[in-house]
Design a protein around this ligand. Structure first.
Ligand code: FES
Length: 262
């Protein structure tokens, strides 16, 4: 079983945007250690029940150690997240936070490409905000109408490209044929994708880059995480090291390590 650290967090602010809900939590000790690519298994605190309640897996969208706050960005249409919808400010949440592989940015990296869709977008936003003004960061996002994160989460120094014509439009953004296409020149690339898109992303990189070494492309894999503890094995993916669980050995993998369908 995977060890989790448990935290209590209080909802300080809750705002609904088009298809997204932004929640700011007060959780000082977690805000000091939270990293992009990390997720929490969240449930509402129950004072009158000892039953283990189902939890929702949510990637962090930001953390500020100075204010002791964490941010979440969730799509209320996701059936696994409905228990986090319409919670009043002041609600106390329980967070189980597994110690997982998170995104690693090399000290030599100067240009960083982030591209993704869906439930992993908050993790990419967290990365963009953490490295804004320190690195040249491009952030490419695609989704359906209304998925766009609120502007205050998008740092001014990050080049942002958005398509609202569906998740697969991400590949249109990635294949723009200009010399400035960050897919060609980025020192590191972090993708946030469901496993369905991974083969397509790998072929695109193979045809775009002359060299593709380990460390060039990390992928934060989206998908359901029912237990988040390494028990149910619903989240397995095939890698060069065998079958691995996204909630234990992931959720961030080097794209070269994934065994992709031919
Ligand atoms: S979510 Fe159950 S093993 Fe990963």
């Amino acid at each position: 079983m995977k060890m989790q650290l448990y935290y209590t967090a209080t909802i300080q602010e809750y705002r609904q945007f088009e298809h997204l809900i932004w929640i700011r939590l007060v959780a000082p000790s977690l805000a000091r250690t939270a990293r992009p690519g990390q997720f929490a298994m969240i449930s509402q605190r129950q004072t009158h029940s000892l039953d283990p309640l189902p939890r929702s897996a949510v990637f962090f969208a930001g953390a500020d150690p100075n204010s002791g706050t964490l941010e979440l960005l969730i799509d209320p249409r996701d059936p696994t997240l409905t228990r986090l919808v319409d919670l009043p400010e002041g609600t106390i949440l329980d967070l189980g936070v597994p110690s997982v592989n998170t995104c690693t940015i090399n000290p030599t990296t100067q240009t960083l490409l982030l591209a993704g869709v869906g439930s992993t977008l908050p993790a990419l936003l967290f990365l963009a905000r953490r490295y804004a003004g320190k690195l040249n960061v491009s952030l490419l996002m695609a989704g359906d109408d209304g998925f766009v994160p609120p502007p205050f989460l998008l740092p001014a120094t990050v080049e942002v490209q958005i398509s609202s014509t569906g998740a697969s439009a991400l590949f249109d953004l990635l294949t723009t044929t200009t010399d400035q296409n960050p897919l060609r020149w980025a020192d590191q690339i972090v993708l946030g994708l469901p496993s369905l898109f991974v083969s397509r992303a790998a072929s695109l990189i193979r045809t775009t880059r002359l060299r593709w070494d380990h460390g060039l492309v990390q992928v934060i894999l989206a998908g359901s995480l029912p237990c988040g503890l390494g028990i149910c094995r619903v989240c397995q993916i095939e890698t060069r090291q065998g079958w691995q669980r996204r909630c234990v050995e992931g959720p961030v993998f080097d794209l070269r390590d994934l065994r992709l369908p031919a």
